[in-house]
Design a protein around this ligand. Sequence first.
Ligand SMILES: [Zn+2]
Ligand SMILES: [Zn+2]
Length: 319
Amino acid sequence: MAVSAVSAARPARRLYLPTIVIAGLAGWLSWRGWLALGQSGVARSVSAGRFELAGPAVLGFVAVVVVIEQIWPAQRRPVLARGHVLDVAYLLLYATLVVPLIVLIGSGFAGVLAHAQPWLVLPRVPGVPGWCFIALAVLGIDAVDWLAHLGNHRIAALWRLHAVHHSQEELSILTTYRAHPLVHVSFLLSAIPILAVESNVVTPAAVLTVYACLGALPHANVRWTYGPADRILISPAYHRIHHAATGRLDINLGTVFPFWDLMSHRAVFPDPDRSRAASATGLAGRPVPVEQAEGRPRYARTMLSQLAEPFTARRTETP
Ligand SMILES: [Zn+2]
Ligand SMILES: [Zn+2]
């Protein structure tokens, strides 16, 4: 029995310092956010954040798409497929613990941004309708999210966190919520466009809820492409290419709009031939533990090991 070969294949049990640093940063920002909001402010902001990001509108939208996925699936699979069950667990984690974390680190980050406020906030422009500034903020958020997503793919420490999202081999709308909580530190910059238009308009929460729904839809397990409109709005077939099991692809990084992919020559549009089998998703070699790997599913263990994985150093980091 090649014991040494077995132990060599196992990841080393050392800690991965960059993830500890990111966790420390999240802790520090949360603490600042807690102090800035005050106890009653935290409760109020968390419930507003939950309503905006995981409230009835978003959950209702997800439920409708789950039904559509069963009627017109890209890959036919049962509602209780292992990937779906674990993604629901991630959705519960998101609604209970991750949204409060997003609210706290967001408030902490707002305090940091306050120092740069004079350079970030656009001057007041009378006569320009508010919706123009709202559209500008949404485009700005999408551009910053694209940049953060590119960083998630290019920077090894961020990729370790983002890989949890890419580990899904049974992609569906629910996969939107399969994300390591610490990944949200990299998406904090999306607060800047909202701050930038602040003196002209307050971006309505409903707009951000619609944006959250449009950002979730491309994960749906359907074959939809929008034809020529794929150049305006990201379709499920377009984002599926980003999740291809061939490896870490720095293409199709957009959330809602493909403009930033187009401008940087990173847009790969789906094959219009819908008769072809939907491509496989996931990570080649399964560097992150997955629920499909074992004979019987062990959801709690898989989820905990997915969350812990970025904290462990690997002997050989795969690109
Ligand atoms: Zn990605
Ligand atoms: Zn995705």
